[in-house]
Ligand binder design. Structure first.
Ligand code: ACO
Length: 322
């Protein structure tokens, strides 16, 4: 028994903020942002938009493509580090919005790796026969936790959601996944406030927002992803020449180019959306996947490598037949 992606969907807020608009908010330039990251614009959530609402919209579109209804869904997982509230968790809110009842529903706070972590867990549930039709979602409203006065981080992030329907299948779908993490890097990328440690710093207006040591994150990300690509291919017994599409986490064009080089893959076989979406953390891979499925680039039967890296640090990959 395998699990296979039967549908993809995504949701982006209407509001688009270009690099030119960022220039009016902090001391930056379009040229700096483009040349360092590849980002040209990002979508930002308005007051009526939330992580659960964007998740539900993306899920609805994925369910439509898969031809399944709320009654078919028996597992819901949402990767997010920007839940609407602490609890109920976002996946239960998605259940409620879509009329899904009586199945496991939980969210994962593994930062940018949230979607791949969710995909790997849902795959295991399906392979074990404990679920038949899962919703796996990555969604973020990072704009709510960004410090809009900090030019070193605020230009990087965006909001959105992506989802897949993962169904039991006798044909191979997900071939292998790898999940990993190393907490020793926690301080390099964090949102260092929360219910247990307290929100005092935020209330006092000090050091609010995502904190990142960008250059150090960059180095560890490139090295880790390079190792991860080899580990994933080895584990699946697949040669890199078999890969049709790389669908990477969309944080920085230069990190994506390094991964493509490692695979000897021309950029034409890499799905790149960072220029349009910025870094949407857990939403970035399912968003990119949906874009390339809907514009006809990714076709049934093709081999895809998904890879991600984020706060924690956490990282992960999935090799699959679409
Ligand atoms: N506009 C103009 N100048 C800026 C800006 C900005 N928005 N931000 C920083 N600078 C300046 C800095 O102040 C610094 O100036 P200085 O030399 O006078 O001190 C200079 O630009 C260089 O800063 P660096 O941080 O060294 O720039 P770098 O080339 O490393 O690029 C970046 C920064 C884009 C953040 C890069 O380090 C990066 O992409 N890192 C990886 C981040 C990442 O991948 N995160 C995602 C993984 S996890 C996740 O997705 C949540």
């Amino acid at each position: 028994m395998y699990s296979r992606i039967a549908g993809t969907g995504s949701y982006l807020p209407d509001r688009v903020v270009t690099n030119a608009e960022m220039e009016t908010m902090v001391e930056t330039t379009d040229e700096w942002i483009r040349s360092r990251t590849g980002i040209e614009r990002r979508h930002l959530a308005s007051a009526h938009e939330s992580t659960s609402q964007m998740s539900a919209e993306a899920a609805r579109r994925a369910m439509e493509m898969a031809g399944v209804t709320a009654d078919d869904i028996d597992f819901v997982v949402v990767g997010t580090c920007t839940p609407d509230i602490l609890f109920p968790n976002v996946a239960t809110m998605v259940q409620d919005r879509l009329g899904i009842h009586d199945c496991p529903a939980f969210s994962l706070e593994t930062a940018c790796s949230g979607f791949v972590y969710g995909l790997s867990i849902a795959d295991k549930y399906i392979r074990l026969g404990e679920a038949k039709c899962a919703l796996v979602i990555g969604a973020e409203t990072l704009s709510r936790i960004v410090d809009w006065t900090d030019r070193t981080t605020c230009v990087l992030f965006g909001d959105g959601a992506g989802a897949v329907v993962l169904k039991a299948s006798e044909e191979p779908g997900i071939l292998t996944t790898i999940l990993s993490a190393d907490g020793k890097y926690g301080d390099l990328l964090s949102f260092p406030m929360g219910p247990s440690r307290g929100f005092d710093a935020l209330r006092a207006g000090a050091a609010g927002g995502i904190q990142m040591k960008g250059a150090e994150v960059f180095k560890v990300a490139v090295n880790t992803l390079s190792r991860l690509v080899d580990q994933t291919l080895d584990k699946a017994g697949v040669d890199k020449s078999a890969i049709d599409w790389l669908v990477p986490h969309q944080a920085n064009l230069r990190i994506i180019q390094a991964a493509a080089k490692k695979l000897d893959l021309p950029m034409e076989q890499v799905v790149v959306t960072v220029q349009e979406h910025g870094n949407t953390s857990a939403a970035s891979i399912p968003l990119a996947l949906d874009v390339a499925v809907r514009d006809g680039r990714i076709k049934p039967g093709q081999t895809l490598l998904l890879e991600t890296f984020g706060g924690g640090f956490t990282w992960g990959s999935a090799l699959l037949k679409f």
